[in-house]
Design a protein around this ligand. Sequence first.
Ligand SMILES: *Cc1c(COP(=O)(O)O)cnc(C)c1O
Length: 396
Amino acid sequence: MKFSPAVSQLAPSATIAAAAKAKELKQSGITVYDFTLGEPDFNTPDHICEAATKAMYAGKTHYTPAGGLPELLQAVCDAAKRDYNLAIEPKNVVISNGAKHSIHNVLTAMCHPGSEVLIPTPYWVSYSALVELAGGIPILVETDESAGFLPTVEQIEAKVTGRTQLIMLNSPSNPTGVVFPKELMQAIGELAVKHDFYVMSDEIYDKLIYPGWEATCMMTLSDEIAQRTIIVNGVSKAYAMTGWRIGWTIGDPALIKAINKLQSQQTSNPCSVSQYAAIAALTGPQECVTEMLAAFTKRRDYVLGRLRKIPGLSFADPGGAFYAFFNVSEYFDKPLQNGVTVSNVSDFCTELLGNAHVALVTGDAFGAPGYARLSFATDMNTLEAGLDRLEKFLAG
Ligand SMILES: *Cc1c(COP(=O)(O)O)cnc(C)c1O
C-alpha cells in the first residue's frame, strides 16, 4: 500500500516505542526497572471515578456538543480563576481528547503550508511530528544544560522570520523538568507581540511544581500577551487521568470556533463519561493533587540525590514534572557492564535495557543527544533497585 506523504514521513512516538520495548522484555519473564513512563503511576482518585460511574448510570452516555459539555467548559473557566485569577469565558475554551489532541488541533487550525513553528530544545517528542503533520516546519531553538535548558530572547528572535506563526513552550518541561522564569515568559510574550506571532503554552505540568519553584500561566502576563496566547492543558498529569483522554485549549474565540469546526468533522465530542470525571477533578477537592505532589517530591529528591553521587553525570534541576534528564556522554567509548561500549545515547539506552534491565528514554528523541530521560513516576522500591543497577552498569 502507498501511504500518504504525511504518514510515510511520520515516526512513531519514541517514548511509546521505548515503553513497548521494556514491556516486551517484561513479557519474557524478566524483571525490568521501567523508567520510561510518561504518566503518574497513581490510580485516578476515587471521587473522580465515582463521578464517572454516576454519569454512566444516569445515562450520560450520548453525544455531547463537539467542543465539550457546557459544565466542563465552565469548570475550566472556574479553575483558571481559582488558580491564576484568570478571567476567561466558555467561548475561550474547547475540550479535546487529551492535551496531545489539543496541540494537534491548534497546529492544524493555525499552520499554513510552510508556516514556521519555533520549538526550544529539548522538546517533547510529539511537538515536531505534529507540526509536520499540520504542514508546518519545525524551527528548533537550541538550548543546553549550561543555560538551564532555557532559550534566550535573542536566540528566539534570531529564528523569527515573516513565516513564523507560533512558538511552542512547555513549562514545566517534558523532558527536562525545567521551569521557565516568569520574566522569560514575559519577554517571549513581548517578542510575539512585536513580531506578530502566537505562543502556544503547554501547561500540562503546572500542578506538579516542587517547593521553591513557581508555575507561570502565560495568559496572565499582560492583555497584549494574552491575546497572542493559546494555552493547552488537561487532567492527565495533575489528576492521574491519562487514560481518560481529556484536555483543552484556551484561546481567542475565533480559534476556539475553528477547532470546534475541526472537531465536529474529525472526532465529534470527547468521551462523555470522561468529561464528567474531568468536571469532578476540576471542581472537587484538590487534596489529591497535593498528596501526589508530595509523593513525587520525595521521589525527586531521592533520584536527584542518587544521580548527584554518580561521577560524570550532569543535569539541570527539575523544578516541575516527574523527570530527571541527565547527560551520560561521559560514559561513551568506555567499558560499561559486561564490557559493553556505546558511542551515542540511543545505543546506551538499548544496552542499559539489555544488560541491566533498566529502561530509560533516549534524549535523541527530544533533540538532546547525550541525554537520557528517567521518569520517577514509579514507586520508591523500583527507583532504588533501578538506580542500583544503573550505577553498576556505569561502573563497568
Ligand atoms: C503528557 C503530555 C501531554 C499530553 O497529555 P494528554 O494525555 O494527551 O492530555 C502534553 N504535553 C506534554 C509535554 C506532556 O508531557
